[in-house]
Design a protein around this ligand. Structure first.
Ligand SMILES: [Mn+2]
Length: 554
């Protein structure tokens, strides 16, 4: 058994092929090139209609409101659309819901608010496709609604003035996997082409790409086709970003200006800071920061606020996780579905807690905030269990529920908790009976020490950016000898050692694996799963293995 208790899955055993051929085959691609030009924004059926309506609004200085979502995708999509609308002199303002007070999406009370504020035109970002009632009400009050969204298309569409959505049934748009910020980018692109002089177009589009990239990565967009191009160019743009707010967030994450950016910088350093605002604070803290035109006091103030929210979010998540684990680890057998609730857990961190539990224990997990009479819940699940099916099966206990196969949200009255727990536990037990409850570690292929060299590393680099549908290449080496084993890091959390395979030696870093030092020392030979990277030390650059898991070689 591996030290992390994971099931290792080698995707490619075809030794006739080169490592690179196997990496391409595993990703379902023939070459790494991909598309080099953005798709024409006019391939969206309604784009021309949208441009004409916006032209009229700009000419007459009608009041436009951009209504976004409170997550990174919604916030960065809103920011980029507001930037371009200001640039073309539209009379534009913006509105975001509060997760706690308003919940997701456009609700009727916002339409009342917009009627009162004499808004003429609403443009949604990353939401709206399910808002039939709200659109109807807006229509009745003489407000036009343009929907830009990427969420699951319902059976009946809202009667909006126009809809930009890559998954509409009759769409001619060639790529379906744009995120909310990606769809907003396409509208921005069309506006740039229509209003900006040709000499400015390319630079301005380039400057919006870093915002679109934040949304694309944070929303786990498939890094293929146009998303891949957005992210490649957006990461370049972010290296020396034009926006004061993004500069500040990079500074808070200790990322120096001019240093080449990667998807990990965004996914683990920048996006969590932006998300913290929408999770446990006010999403405007993040949006206002992204909208700042110049560096200065305001940027510092908003940045500091975001940083303290993010620290608080981290502490809250860790504390809740600790409390949840204490419940399960005290039980004799860990249940097939993990269910935990507390009055002190904030709604904004429930998804993070459930996600971490599901990932760590390889089974569905539900985290709930207890409001006394009601409970609000987030559920996460590994790919072998459909959580929406499970909730559908137990819906007689629930007030409402919704989501995807691996992530859902719901609420229930407390007097139903016992019945719900019993039924969904039974459902999970039955459906997971034949499943081995282990998280799977996918491995591209096996390697020998001789195959690890600079050529292989440069080949791997051509596959970047890494993310959804294009994971960073992961390898296995069997029967290797570890030596010079040391605990490193402030509390000895990490391991550093050297491995020998054939004649070749390589340094290895194993983050958060300090606790396994004895297992490493006890065995003369191990099997190691790792990724390859460059590491520089004392102005020298060398190849380092980053360990993901290991087990004794027997
Ligand atoms: Mn989204």
């Amino acid at each position: 058994m591996s030290v992390l208790g994971k099931k290792w899955l080698i995707k490619n055993h075809d030794n006739q092929k080169t490592v690179f051929e196997r990496l391409l085959q595993n990703r379902g691609i023939k070459d790494v090139g991909g598309i080099t030009e953005f798709h024409d924004p006019h391939l969206f059926n309604d784009m021309e209609k949208v441009l004409q309506r916006l032209d009229k609004a700009i000419q007459n200085q009608e009041r436009i409101i951009v209504f976004g979502d409170y997550d990174v995708d919604g916030i960065s999509g809103t920011a980029l659309l507001v930037h371009i609308l200001k640039k073309v002199k539209a009379n534009v303002s913006y509105r975001l819901p509060n997760r706690l007070a308003d919940g997701y999406g456009l609700s009727l009370k916002f339409i009342d608010e917009f009627i009162e504020k004499n808004i003429n035109l609403i443009i949604t970002v990353d939401c709206g496709i399910s808002c039939r009632n709200e659109v109807e009400k807006a229509n009745g009050s003489g407000i036009d609604v343009i929907i830009t969204d990427h969420h699951t298309v319902p059976e009946f569409l809202p009667a909006a003035y126009a809809i930009l959505h890559p998954k509409l049934k009759d769409t001619t748009y060639p790529f379906r996997e744009l995120t909310g910020a990606g769809v907003a980018l396409k509208l921005a692109h069309a506006l740039i082409n229509k209003y900006l002089p040709e000499s400015e177009r390319q630079d301005y589009l380039y400057s919006l790409l870093d915002l679109a990239t934040l949304g694309t990565i944070a929303d786990l967009g498939s890094l293929t086709d146009e998303n891949r191009l957005i992210v490649i160019k957006g990461l370049e743009s972010l290296t020396n970003t034009k926006w004061a707010g993004l500069k500040k967030i990079k500074e808070l994450a200790s990322i120096k200006e001019g240093i080449k950016m990667n998807t990990t910088n965004i996914g683990f350093q920048m996006a969590p800071r932006i998300n913290a605002a929408g999770r446990i604070g006010d999403p405007y803290t993040a949006l206002s920061l992204l909208l700042q035109e110049e560096e200065g006091e305001q940027v510092t103030k908003l940045g500091d606020k975001l940083e303290s929210l993010n620290k608080e979010r981290q502490q809250m998540t860790e504390q809740a996780l600790h409390e949840a684990e204490a419940i399960f680890l005290n039980q004799e057998n860990m249940p097939s579905i993990l269910i935990a609730y507390s009055a002190t857990w904030h709604v904004g961190i429930l998804g993070l807690v459930a996600g971490k539990l599901a990932e760590k224990y390889g089974r569905p997990a539900i985290a709930m905030q207890d409001f006394g009479d009601t409970l609000v819940a987030s559920a996460r699940s590994p790919e072998y269990f459909n959580i929406v099916d499970a909730l559908t099966n137990t819906k007689s206990h629930l007030v409402n529920f919704g989501g995807h196969a691996q992530a859902a949200g719901f609420s229930l009255n407390k007097d139903k908790l016992e019945g719900f727990t019993k039924d969904i536990s039974e459902y999970a037990r039955t459906n997971l009976e034949k499943v081995e409850l282990k998280t799977v570690l996918e491995i591209d292929c096996q390697l020998s020490g001789e195959q690890i060299n600079e050529d292989l590393l440069s080949i791997i680099e051509t596959l970047q950016p890494f993310g959804v549908d294009n994971k960073k290449p992961t390898f296995l080496m069997e029967g290797i000898e570890p030596f010079f084993i040391n605990q490193v890091g402030q509390e000895g959390n990490h391991l550093k050692f050297t491995i020998k395979n054939g004649e070749k030696k390589f340094p290895v870093i194993a983050f958060r694996m300090g606790q396994f030092i004895d297992q490493l020392r006890q065995h003369r030979k191990i099997d190691l799963v790792f990724q390859l990277e460059h590491h520089s030390w004392n102005e020298r650059e060398f190849i380092q293995l980053q360990a993901l898991d290991f087990k004794p070689n027997e």
